[in-house]
Write a protein that binds this ligand. Sequence first.
Ligand code: AMP
Length: 220
Amino acid sequence: MRLILLGAPGSGKGTIAEELTKQYGVVHISTGDIFRANIKEKTPLGTEAKQYMDRGELVPDSITIAMIGDRLAQPDCASAFMLDGFPRTIPQAEELDKLLADKGVSLDAVISVRISDDVIKTRVSDRRVCESCGASFSLSFRPTKVEGICDLCGGNVVQREDDKPETVLSRLKTYHEKTQPLTDFYQKKGLILSADNEVSYIQAIEQINKGFIARGIIRE
Ligand code: AMP
């Protein structure tokens, strides 16, 4: 199973990815998580990426494409993977096509997570993440049992720097300009599978599973 999760920042891609990983055991590759891990470890890649991320801008294609090329070359991606947050621009999608063609493999589906900007703004302002293990919580839907402490590992739970309201607006603008055109790009290839996450991710997952069955990706 080779999948892409496409959606605005805060659209719930991470939660949907977590659920699909549980159901299908597919390797989850989040470019945002890889950048954040590099920032935490203060690698040269992290230092470079941070300047863009802090402003709510995209990290340049050349850096991002090289990073994903390395990741997809690892053995755990040989037969299945789910890309979350990549591609985010048409040049990234074209490079991914080349990379997959070189390997002689193709995508099974591109899941397009649909949600309005208004709902995103509320959900993102409620989002909190664990600094240690990256687990995601929500002040409204999934609060931590003890305020500020991760239920899973006991780490500190904080608001992501780029989830602050000013940065969210700029991330949404970037999304509409640079990433939304990818829906058309993949629609033309017949790969889009829509998932409505406006109400709940459970509903979105049901639509995805139905789509997988309809396309013969999984059996009923
Ligand atoms: P995310 O966790 O997916 O919301 O990503 C957080 C930030 O990482 C984004 O706002 C970008 O600055 C950067 N980023 C993640 N994925 C990409 C990508 N495919 N291309 C460029 N920048 C990215």
